[in-house]
Design a protein around this ligand. Structure first.
Ligand code: IPD
Ligand code: CA
Ligand code: CA
Length: 268
């Protein structure tokens, strides 16, 4: 295993301990609102601090992009950059709904090379290294092999703030719901991508995500035989935040459903 992946795992597990401990006492959580429907707790911050501490100790010169502390004082242009979501699924966490995860990715010159998504509720550790495959608790994982959309279970994320694309979203949803076996909105994008990587869902799409939601999970999918793209099927999803993923056949069928609904503002 690559040493950077080992360190990312150590950091994710450390954050998992903090989150698990806090989940026993969610009534005491202090919640602040960043913007409409965008919450942060002291647990997000404590988990992020712990992650950054572990990563920095091992790799002091690597850049960092983390949800709660931004670039964390590191240069934006370093060759290596950790991309961190300390608690993906904060709204679930606040409600005691056990569907959230820690996501840590490492990019080299903008290309994802290592990824960890850790689900502290199920103690499930998803890992991937570029060219080395993807694993769930050290067992090799593959995307689902289903090719028919009418048999496919598709994950998504509903818009919940800044509703400028809600009509396009609902139009895509309406088409997709009628062509697939079912739609799910579990509520933690990084974990959604991990679940596509291990075949629990056949595909996933969401718009307006942030790089820390996608970084590790996208590598999990590509390393488990799937494809990830933006709404045009291109690789710009870390910039636009619009993501589609699945095995190659499902991926292209999802893109076909999305294509007619791409508006002037929702190009990719
Ligand atoms: C959110 C979750 C959610 C997705 C949102 C994300 P957070 O992350 O991944 O599933 O729909 O777009 O912002 O804020 O809980 O880290
Ligand atoms: Ca997130
Ligand atoms: Ca988060």
């Amino acid at each position: 295993m690559h040493p950077t992946l080992n360190i990312a795992i150590k950091a994710a597990r450390r954050a998992g301990q903090i989150i698990n401990r806090a989940s026993l006492d969610i009534d005491k959580l202090k919640v602040s609102v960043k913007q409409q429907s965008d919450f942060v707790t002291e647990v997000d911050r404590a988990a992020e601090t712990a992650i950054i501490e572990v990563l920095r100790e091992a790799y002091p010169n690597y850049g960092i992009l983390a949800e709660e502390s931004g670039l964390a004082g590191t240069p934006a242009d370093s060759e290596f950059q950790w991309i961190i979501d300390p608690l993906d699924g904060t709204t679930n966490f606040i409600h005691g709904l056990p569907q959230y995860a820690i996501s840590i990715g490492l990019a080299k010159n903008g290309v994802m090379t290592q990824g960890v998504v850790y689900d502290p509720n199920r103690n499930e550790l998803f890992t991937a290294s570029k060219g080395g495959g993807a694993f769930l608790n050290e067992k090799r994982i593959r995307v689902a092999s289903r090719t028919r959309l009418d048999e496919a279970l598709i994950g998504t994320g509903f818009p919940y703030r800044g509703f400028e694309h809600v009509d396009a979203y609902l139009a895509i949803f309406k088409d997709m719901a009628q062509k697939t076996a079912g739609m799910r909105r579990p509520g933690a994008a990084a974990l959604d991508l991990a679940w596509v990587a291990c075949g629990r869902m056949d595909g996933f799409w969401e718009l307006g995500l942030s790089p820390w939601d996608i970084a590790a999970g996208s590598l999990l999918i590509t390393e488990s035989g799937g494809i990830v793209g933006d709404f045009a099927g291109e690789s710009d999803y870390m910039k636009t935040g619009n993501v589609v993923g699945g095995n190659p056949k499902i991926f292209s069928q999802l893109l076909q459903i999305i294509a007619p609904h791409r508006t002037a503002t929702l190009q990719a």
